[in-house]
Design a protein around this ligand. Structure first.
Ligand code: DX5
Ligand code: ZN
Length: 220
């Protein structure tokens, strides 16, 4: 079985010590940097934007996984490629022409991801799944870190895994929101490939050790 990946969410970092926190992720067993971009329109919160991502990318030594929680993401695809994004995830609910958006992301040399809000059914991806490199299943309503995990996520992971297998797609399954060492194993067993963790990592005493433990649980 391929190993499960851990993507700490920088949203929960200390922005006054951002370089320190980026170096922590570099040194840890984490696989990716998860970067949450919020516009205050698609979600009721504003996180950070291009200059911050540019500076994170300057110091980060791992894959940069950008989660766009913005309306009309097509406007910024090239910008996010130029800033150093390796994976660009857009929300299903924010894309009128999702197929075209995915092609545009890949044309810029990035992997293309689609995020689904908790109310959005997996079956809506049926006709486009073979074009998607990563599906991010939101296990909280997007907009804030530190929320509690929605239990129905396990069912969605199983449904998505079934769809990917049936369509012979190579799509990775990412889970975002409320991930801890308590739900990591059940998520991994259901078929999740990548676990995003914000508060669980950054609110812990020893962040490097927390990442190590989370990865060990996910791969147990
Ligand atoms: C929520 C963001 C998540 C968030 C996860 O809108 O997309 O990536 O940072 O944070 P935790 O792990 O604290 O739920
Ligand atoms: Zn996210």
């Amino acid at each position: 079985m391929s190993s499960k990946l851990i993507a700490p969410s920088v949203l929960a970092a200390d922005f006054a010590n951002l370089q320190r926190d980026v170096e922590m992720i570099n040194k840890s067993e984490a696989d990716w940097f998860h970067i949450d971009i919020m516009d205050g329109v698609f979600v009721p919160n504003i996180s950070f934007g291009m200059p911050v991502l540019r500076d994170i990318a300057k110091h980060a030594s791992k894959t940069i996984d950008v989660h766009l929680m913005i309306v009309d993401p097509d406007r910024y695809i090239k910008t996010f490629a130029d800033l150093g994004s390796n994976i660009l995830t857009v929300h299903y609910e924010a894309c009128t022409h999702l197929h075209r958006t995915l092609q545009a992301i890949k044309a810029e040399g990035m992997k293309a991801g689609v995020a689904l809000n908790p109310h959005t059914n997996i079956s809506l991806l049926e006709d486009v799944i073979t074009e998607i490199d990563l599906v991010c299943i939101m296990s909280v309503n997007p907009g804030f870190g530190g929320q509690s995990f929605i239990e129905n996520t396990y069912n969605k992971v199983v449904q998505l895994k079934e769809l990917i297998t049936r369509k012979k797609a190579t799509t990775l399954i990412e889970i975002d929101g409320g991930v801890t060492s308590k739900n990591a194993k059940q998520l991994a067993d259901a078929g999740a490939d990548v676990l995003v963790a914000g508060s669980f990592v950054f609110k812990s005493e020893d962040q490097i050790q927390t990442i190590k433990e989370l990865k060990a649980v996910a791969n147990s």
